[in-house]
Ligand binder design. Sequence first.
Ligand code: DC
Length: 226
Amino acid sequence: MSKTYSIAIDGPAGAGKSTIARRLAAELGYYYVDTGAIYRTVAYFLDLWGVSPKDIDGVTRYIDELTVEIEYDEDGKQHMIMNGMDVTDDIRTQEISQKASLVSAHAIVRDMLLDMQRDVAKKHNVVMDGRDIGTVVLPKATVKIFLTADPAVRAKRRCDELNAKGQKADFNKVLQEIQQRDYQDTHREVAPLKMCRDSVKLDTSNLDIDGVVAAMKKIIGEKIPL
Ligand code: DC
C-alpha cells in the first residue's frame, strides 16, 4: 500500500478546526474526518433513549445497541450514520454539543470509536480534527497542529455562525458553554484535550480563515510536499 499522510488538528471548541480542516482537505484532495461528529452521534443516540450522558450504567447498557458509520458522498462531505439512519444534520445543536462533551469522557465510548477513526487514516490521506487525534488516535500523524483562540473570540465566532443560520445567540451564554466544554474536555481522565510535545500551536484569535489556512500550509509544507 502506498504511504498515507495524516494531518491531526486538535483544539478547543470554536477554534475554527472544522472550517479550516474541511478547506485544507478540499485543497489537498484528502479526506476530512470530523471526529466530534462521531461523539455527537453517540450523544444523539443516547438522548433518543433518554439516557443521561453522565449515567455510566445507562451508557454501558445502551451502547451495544448502537452502530456508528462514517460515509462520504460524492462531494466529499462526511455523513454520520446511526443504526442505518443519516443523522448528519440532527447532531448539530448546542444541546448535543454539551452532551457529546459529557459522553466522550467515558472510556467505554472512546474505546468503541477508536478503530473506526484509525481505519480511515490507514486507507486514505486525512485531515482529522478533534481533541485527542495527535495524542491518542494518530500518535504518528505526519503533521500535528494545535489550533486555539481566545475564548471570547471563539464565542463571538459561534454567535456569528448561529446568526448566519437565522438563529438568535446570547454571547454570554455561548461563552459560558464554551468555557464549560473546555473545562470538561481538558479535565477528563481519558484522552483529555492537551497539546502534545510534537504539535505546532497556532493561535487564530487575530487571523481570518485565509490567514489560518496560509499559516497551516506553511506548517504542513515542512513535512509533506504540497
Ligand atoms: O468538535 P465538536 O465540538 O463537534 O466535539 C463535540 C464533543 O465531542 C467535544 O466537546 C468533546 C468530544 N470530542 C472528543 O472527546 N474527542 C474528539 N476527538 C472529538 C470530540
